[in-house]
Design a binder for this molecule. Structure first.
Ligand code: UDX
Length: 458
């Protein structure tokens, strides 16, 4: 099938490449000429494991092309996937839909044939209905344009896998024709047994919001438990393992620590709450605000734990920060918890040295204050404390003995609860974690400083 993918960010670039990979003839469109140039050369403009290979293969085969011209896209196919960003609005918690609206207006201007416009971006419920009217008002007479919603559930770092082998496909459609088109697009996945849920657009839009809200709630739940554990000297990791054995609960997304960030979960929570308020059902999802608050509070808890680790005052202390991205296997620093912590440590007078395997360039742009180091050893040299803030696998294989010889004081905060802290303790490190009893002679681990919740500017 011939199809276009409009918007080639973390979602669209992967979608375009994977649609070509399963045999479609794909044209990707973006307003960013530098990004389009890289993609057209078969290179991903950001770090996503496996994407370069899929891009290169399909660009070389001629099945995948890129352009900055929306008019060309409108003429290329009758099927258009919309993958542009829906970030948080500058001055409110709601989603900024200006990019989606601009695509619809642009398409409407150039359409000379009937079209099925399929939204994949995460949007507030009711968007497909609104865009249907917007499109109808602007397309030339005689042209039929339909809007469907087909939310995407891919995880960054696993995006190629998740797109080629999704858990489920959700199609929010208003006609049998749109349903048939989407079934044909995803035929290889359907043949492989991937569940396909056909529903109305409003339900499809809500499925995405509900899924992300549920995942965020799970993380904030375990982080709330971690804080309770800290006050009584209990262990949140054992607690998560124990409750996770119950299949009704499940262990996944119960990793306590610094909390969630990135371009999706935080802004989707806020956009959902904002949309519920507009719809007059604010009370039904008011807990989402608390989920957000608990999450942001983990950043303060981490700053406080770091301050405790260096004796109560950060001024003049050298702090090594391991990890800048919001999660491992990504170069994305959007709403990265680790960068919020690094910024606050810097603001409180620490000399912060940040290492990240892939995210240094983006981090430097987002947060110019700290020093950025290409080597873990340089970030840790003469440090008064080492903070493990993003769980890259390479940090798990660090040698605590070798690192102990480099630092000024062997003090570690594992804010992701994913290091083998026993090894670090054996190597002489004073280890602190969030929600876990101190495993080293940390003098007052049963009396951690009280961190009064403060409101971060989300
Ligand atoms: C998320 C959803 O998982 C995905 O389905 C949706 O399409 C986009 O948003 P992503 O943003 O890639 O995907 O990250 P995810 O793997 O969900 O992790 C989000 C954040 O939660 C990360 O900062 C991660 O470190 C944190 N997290 C995750 C935890 O703190 N604890 C956990 O147990 C799991």
């Amino acid at each position: 099938m011939r199809l276009t993918v409009i918007g080639t960010g973390y979602l669209g670039a992967v979608h375009a490449a994977c649609m070509a990979e399963i045999g479609h003839d794909v044209l990707g469109i973006d307003v960013d000429a530098r990004r389009i140039k890289a993609l057209a050369e078969g290179r991903a403009p950001f770090f996503e494991p496996g994407l370069d290979e899929v891009l290169a293969r399909n660009v070389a085969s001629g099945r995948l092309r890129f352009t900055t011209c929306l008019r060309e896209a409108a003429g290329f196919s009758e099927l258009h996937f919309v993958c542009v960003g829906t970030p948080q609005h500058g001055d409110s918690p709601a989603a900024d839909l200006s990019h989606v609206d601009a695509v619809i207006d642009g398409l409407a201007l150039h359409l000379r044939q009937d079209a099925l416009v399929v939204g994949k971006s995460t949007v507030p419920v009711g968007t497909a209905e609104r865009l249907t009217a917007r499109l109808a008002a602007h397309v030339p007479t005689g042209i039929k344009a339909e809007v469907a919603w087909n939310p995407e559930f891919l995880r960054q770092g696993l995006a190629v896998h998740d797109t080629l082998r999704p858990d489920r496909l959700v199609a929010g459609v208003t006609t049998a024709r749109a349903d048939a088109v989407l079934r044909a697009v995803y035929a290889p996945m359907l043949t492989a047994g991937v569940p396909y849920i056909s529903t109305d657009p409003a339900t499809a839009e809500l499925v995405k919001m509900a899924a992300n809200s549920f995942l965020a709630t799970k993380i904030s739940f375990i982080n709330a438990m971690a804080e309770v554990c800290d006050t009584v000297g209990a262990d949140v990791v054992t607690l998560a393992d124990a409750i996770g054995h119950d299949p009704r609960i499940g262990r996944r997304f119960l990793s306590a620590g610094l909390g969630f960030g990135g371009g999706c979960l935080p802004k989707d929570l806020r956009a959902f709450a904002a949309r519920a308020q507009e719809l007059g059902v604010d009370h039904a999802v008011s807990f989402l605000r608390q989920v957000d608050e608990i999450n942001l509070h983990q950043r303060w808890r981490t700053v406080t734990a770091a301050r405790d680790l260096v004796g109560g005052d950060l001024v003049g202390h050298r702090i090594a920060v391991l990890g800048a991205t919001f999660k491992p296997d990504s170069d994305d620093v959007r709403d990265s918890p680790s960068l919020t912590v690094a910024a606050e440590l810097h603001r409180q007078g620490a000399e912060v040295r940040v290492h990240d395997p892939q995210g240094i360039e983006n981090a430097r742009t987002a947060l110019p204050g700290p020093h950025y180091e290409d080597e873990v050893s340089e970030a840790c040299r003469d440090a008064d404390a080492v903070l493990h803030l993003t769980e890259w696998s390479e940090y798990r294989s660090l040698d605590p003995d070798a690192l102990a010889a480099l630092v000024h004081t062997p003090a570690l905060l594992d804010a992701r609860n994913s290091l083998d802290t026993g090894r670090w303790v054996s190597a002489g490190w004073n280890v602190r974690a969030l929600g876990r009893p101190a495993t080293a002679p940390y003098p007052d681990f049963r009396k951690p400083s009280v961190t009064t919740p403060r409101t971060w500017q989300p």
